[in-house]
Ligand binder design. Structure first.
Ligand SMILES: [Zn+2]
Length: 327
C-alpha cells in the first residue's frame, strides 16, 4: 500500500519548544527526522524506532507530527483539503477504538485506507427535487466521494420513462467495489422508492432511503441485498399497522409544507460512510430511524424481512407435506 520514501523538506524538522523539555519525546522526534532522509519507507521508520525502544503510541504521534513536513507522502490519493486530513485521522482513531488496528499499523495509514475506499466508491442519488439531490451530492463531495451521480424527477412522478435511468444507474454501479443508491423524497414518494428498491435488489446494490415530512425525518432502512429486509418488506409491515386515520394523514402530508432547509441528511451521510468504508455498523442497516425535530424524540425500529417478499424474498412456497395437512 505504501509506496515512496518520505524525506523531510529542507532536511530538518523544527522541534516545538514545549516538546524539547520532554527529553524522550524530543529524542524520538530527532531520531524519526533523521530516518526521514528518503531512504526508508514509513513502515521501515516505524520498525526502526520501535527497535530503538520507543513507545508505539509515541511513535505514532511523532510520525503524525512530522508527516506535513515530508516531501513524499505515502498517501494513495492526495487529500484535497485539511478537512480531509482531519477526517483520515478520525477514521484511524475510530478504527483503533474498535480494535481493528494492528499494533504495527499507523493510525493515519488505516485512516488513509478507509479514505481511499471512500474516494473510489460510487454513489447514485435519486430524488424529487434538485435541492435535495444537490445537498446529498455536496455532502458526499465534502467527505471525499468523487463519483456521485444525481437524478431527479421535477414533478415527483415516476413512470415508465424515469424507471430506465434508475435501472441504468444501478447497472453502472455493479462495476464499483463499493457502491450505494440513495433515495431521497419528501412525504415518502412510494413510487420512486419502489423503483429504486426493485432496481437495487435486482442489481445487488445497497440502497438507503431518506424521507422528510414537515419537521419529521425518516432515515433508512439501509437495504443490503440478500442480507436485510428490503423497502417493500418495510412498507408492507408498516402499512399493516396503520389505522385508517393514519393513512389519511399520510395522504394529507404529501401536500404539506416543508422547511426551506434539509433536515437529517448528515445521518444518511454517516451511514453511507460507514457502509462504504466498512468501519462500523450503519445505524439504519435493517432499521428505520425516525427523528422528530419538533418534539426531539428519535426512535429506532428494526425491520424484519418478509419471508415471501416478492422483491427480495424467495417467492416459492415451501413444499407442503401431505401428512402435516391430514387431520
Ligand atoms: Zn423485501
Amino acid at each position: 500500500m505504501t509506496s515512496g520514501k518520505p524525506r523531510i523538506k529542507g532536511g530538518s524538522h523544527r522541534i516545538p519548544e514545549g516538546i524539547s523539555n520532554n527529553e524522550s519525546a524530543g529524542n524520538l522526534l530527532v531520531a524519526a527526522s533523521q530516518l526521514l532522509d528518503g531512504s526508508n519507507s514509513w513502515e521501515q521508520i516505524w520498525g526502526k524506532l520501535l527497535l530503538a525502544g520507543f513507545d508505539p503510541h509515541a511513535i505514532n504521534s511523532a510520525l503524525l507530527e512530522l508527516q506535513p513536513d515530508c516531501e513524499i507522502s505515502y498517501r494513495m490519493s492526495p487529500p484535497s483539503s485539511p478537512a480531509i486530513e482531519q477526517q483520515i485521522l478520525l477514521f484511524g482513531q475510530v478504527s483503533a477504538h474498535e480494535g481493528s488496528v494492528a499494533a504495527s499499523e499507523l493510525l493515519v495509514m488505516v485512516g488513509q485506507k478507509l479514505q481511499a475506499s471512500l474516494s473510489s466508491s460510487e454513489v447514485a442519488v435519486f430524488g424529487e427535487s434538485r435541492e435535495i439531490t444537490t445537498e446529498f451530492h455536496r455532502r458526499l463531495e465534502q467527505v471525499g466521494v468523487v463519483k456521485t451521480q444525481t437524478h431527479y424527477s421535477a414533478n415527483g412522478s415516476y413512470g415508465e420513462v424515469e424507471q430506465h435511468p434508475i435501472e441504468a444507474f444501478a447497472h453502472q454501479l455493479m462495476g464499483a467495489k463499493s457502491s450505494l443508491m440513495i433515495c431521497a423524497t419528501s412525504g415518502g414518494n412510494r413510487q420512486l422508492s419502489k423503483i429504486v428498491n426493485r432496481a437495487a435488489i435486482a442489481h445487488g446494490i445497497p440502497a438507503i432511503y431518506y424521507h422528510a415530512q414537515g419537521l419529521q425525518v425518516q432515515l433508512g432502512p439501509l437495504v443490503i441485498p440478500k442480507q436485510t429486509a428490503c423497502y417493500e418488506c418495510y412498507k408492507i409491515r408498516r402499512d399493516a399497522t396503520l389505522a385508517a386515520w393514519e393513512r389519511s394523514l399520510l395522504g394529507w402530508a404529501r401536500e404539506g409544507g416543508q422547511l426551506a432547509s434539509t433536515l437529517g441528511t448528515d445521518w444518511v451521510l454517516v451511514d453511507a460512510i460507514k457502509h462504504l468504508t466498512g468501519f462500523g455498523e450503519p445505524v439504519c442497516r435493517g432499521r428505520v430511524l425516525f427523528i422528530d425535530y419538533y418534539a426531539g424524540l428519535p426512535e429506532v425500529h428494526t425491520v424484519l424481512r418478509l419471508p415471501r417478499c416478492t422483491v427480495c424474498g424467495n417467492p416459492r412456497r415451501p413444499a407442503v407435506r401431505l401428512w402435516d395437512e391430514s387431520p
